[in-house]
Design a binder for this molecule. Sequence first.
Ligand code: NDP
Length: 268
Amino acid sequence: MDNEIKLGVIGDPIDHSMSPYIHAQFAKAAGLKINYKPFHVVESDLNEFIESFFAEGGYGLNVTLPHKLNCVRSADILSGEVELLGAANTLSKNNNNKIIASSTDGLGFIKDCSDKNIEISNKRVLILGAGGASQSIIPSIARMNPAKLMVDNRSPDKIEQLLEKFSSFRLEPFQQSDEPIDLLINATSAALSGSFDWNIHSQLNKQTIFYDLSYGKASEKFFSWASQFSRNGFDGTGMLIAQAAFSFQSWFDTFPDISNINLNNVND
Ligand code: NDP
């Protein structure tokens, strides 16, 4: 087992994570021997866990909820995106034993849109939600030069915080108008607590593309709501796989083949 490359994902809870399965497929296709484990790490153990993992030969870690913000404290070097977001989902170690934090969610989202021919440039894009997932994709979407990039959220104070945080991007608060929305992105966890609804009906139509960052069963309520307008819908599975692929690339300098990853036979 010693020659296996030690990787893992940390979170609390962690049982639901599909990352071990996804990275095992990447490694198999790339001919790499990895040992990628899910680690249940509570907040109070976070920094100590990360330090010992790398001190004991760990090669790379993915970071999921609720540690995406606080894991940054354990890093010596932050990528530009992590500086901007204040959050990371990938940790690695360089040749000088320094821990590097990076964020691949935004790259994963853009890659999945590109693979699905979802256009962003010159389109009107509305993101619902102002939490970690919404924030992680805002800069990447803004760099694609949408005609308009808007955000809406249940708690209005968080919209204000986002506009301030991303003031260098042309992010706008959503306002009712007669302008149709081309791409609607659900970055909320609203469907977990009941049926999904959002007061934007008059701006949605058959051409609107609906993208839910949630995936599998968790996206059913969003798509049941969206089906009254359009059948153009994608869940977050592609983004999940693509963000993992960018993590893999940050560790091994090679972008894995993602075309044959099928998560339908894995439990969420
Ligand atoms: P956060 O907890 O950081 O944010 C949750 C967001 O959902 C907030 O904007 C919150 O609004 C909103 N919300 C929660 N409940 C409701 C409700 N009942 N009605 C309206 N809005 C609500 O979560 P994340 O941003 O980390 O995750 C959001 C989703 O994105 C999750 O489903 C997650 O699985 C998915 N995700 C997918 C990824 C992928 O690779 N596909 C990657 C990361 C996340 P408020 O501010 O008012 O509380």
